[in-house]
Design a protein around this ligand. Structure first.
Ligand SMILES: Cc1cc2nc3c(=O)[nH]c(=O)nc-3n(C[C@H](O)[C@H](O)[C@H](O)COP(=O)(O)OP(=O)(O)OC[C@H]3O[C@@H](n4cnc5c(N)ncnc54)[C@H](O)[C@@H]3O)c2cc1C
Length: 351
């Protein structure tokens, strides 16, 4: 059933943002820079207080946390012998940026240029580069491809494992170009990733963007608030229903309802609200294009297990730390297109 806003809607804001993840924290921070507008951020998960979130090696535990991760599984995949694939997603302020591998990668410039060529003005790599530069604080300093002074700290690894260099050397010997900057003019080759960390701690969007904005009087952040549907009046989104402390609540948006609940849950929330699924409701018939075919896009990562025996007194790190750091810092990834669910593609499909 499609929801409508009820009289007892308690709170009214200009913007209501659903999902306090990578995108949601950036939006909440940027929108609330204007003190004339009010912003409400709804996040289903808890605040990002757990120490393992901020400790880079905590990713091992974060990946399977029952509280801080949604722990999704796909349906049985015919191409995978019927196996269900694990699909982790962060569930706390910062979202997946609070539990991801922290590799700072913008994506291939050609993909952006292709989106622009498909009829999406403003999405070429030259168009988006200024925003990437504005968002980052590149510890190596500013350049044609990098910015300083932004909220997202980008650093070199502080303690790379000896295995990392061995792996990179092997790639170079095999003929791959050595690359020290995958966000520079050429994003291909083998080399160490840079990471979104500051002083050895994870720099999620909750830390980089949201934390400095939390004191603003025009920004309200509600954690433990699980949005259950978007509310409509005359085919216009005007609010959100969410569950908080066991009770259903309504919040109204004077200007915009923004869905930033991630690639799985934003479409899911639309479907729960009667939008986008053919046959789901009357409204869906007029918006069939918003469905992203996530299942058709796959990113394959080749991983290899290897062991490093530290030499007492000479090795900088002990096992197993070295093994985990190597896994996090080695760049030998073969990319398949993962751009299918991009905003411009979705917009194009919808238009
Ligand atoms: C394990 C892992 C490793 C990764 N490693 C890297 C990496 O090294 N480098 C890189 O660039 N990218 C990496 N990524 C990908 C990157 O983290 C994501 O693409 C990015 O965080 C997605 O941002 P988002 O805002 O779309 O969603 P998310 O950051 O996932 O945010 C969605 C938020 O919405 C909340 N939410 C969901 N449903 C609701 C609801 N109904 N009501 C309220 N709130 C809701 C969620 O709890 C979450 O906080 C990784 C991802 C994962 C999972």
């Amino acid at each position: 059933m499609v929801g409508t806003l009820t009289k007892e809607a308690a709170s009214v804001f200009d913007y209501v943002i659903v999902g306090g993840g990578s995108a949601g924290c950036v939006l909440a921070s940027r929108l609330s820079e204007d003190s004339d507008v009010s912003v409400c951020l709804l996040e289903a998960g808890p605040p990002d207080r757990h120490p393992l979130i901020h400790m880079p090696m905590g990713i091992i535990w974060m990946m399977r946390s029952k509280v801080l991760n949604w722990n999704f599984y796909t349906q049985g995949e015919p191409e995978m012998g019927g196996r269900r694939m694990f699909w982790p997603r962060g569930r706390t302020l910062g979202g997946s940026s609070s539990s991801n591998a922290m590799c700072y990668l913008r994506g291939h410039p050609d993909d952006y240029d292709q989106w622009a060529a498909l009829g999406n003005p403003g999405w070429s790599f030259a168009d988006v580069l200024p925003y990437f530069k504005r968002s980052q604080n590149q510890e190596r300093g500013a350049s044609a491809y990098h910015g300083t002074g932004g909220p997202l700290n980008v650093a070199d690894l502080r303690s790379p494992s000896p295995l990392t260099q061995v792996f990179i050397d092997a790639g170079v010997q095999a003929g791959l170009p050595y690359n020290t900057d995958f966000n520079g003019p050429n994003p291909e080759g083998v080399g160490p990733f840079q990471v979104t960390q500051k002083d050895g701690r994870r720099c999620s969007t909750a830390r980089g963007y949201l934390a400095p904005a939390r004191a603003r009087a025009n920004l309200t952040v509600i954690t433990g608030a699980h949005a259950t549907q978007v509310l409509f009046e005359n085919n216009r989104a005007v609010g959100v229903e969410y569950k908080h402390q066991g009770r259903l609540q309504h919040v109204r948006a004077n200007l915009e309802v923004i869905l930033s609940a991630g690639a799985i849950q934003s479409p899911r929330l639309l479907m729960l609200s009667g939008v986008g699924m053919p046959g789901n409701s009357n409204r869906s018939a007029s918006n069939p294009g918003i469905i992203c075919r996530v299942s058709e896009r796959i990113c394959r990562i080749i991983s290899m297990s290897c062991w490093y025996r530290p030499v007492p007194g000479r090795s900088p790190m002990a096992l197993p730390g070295a093994v985990f750091c190597a896994a996090g810092s080695i760049c030998c990834v073969i990319w398949w297109p993962v751009a299918g669910c991009s905003p411009p593609m979705a917009r194009k499909a919808a238009g």
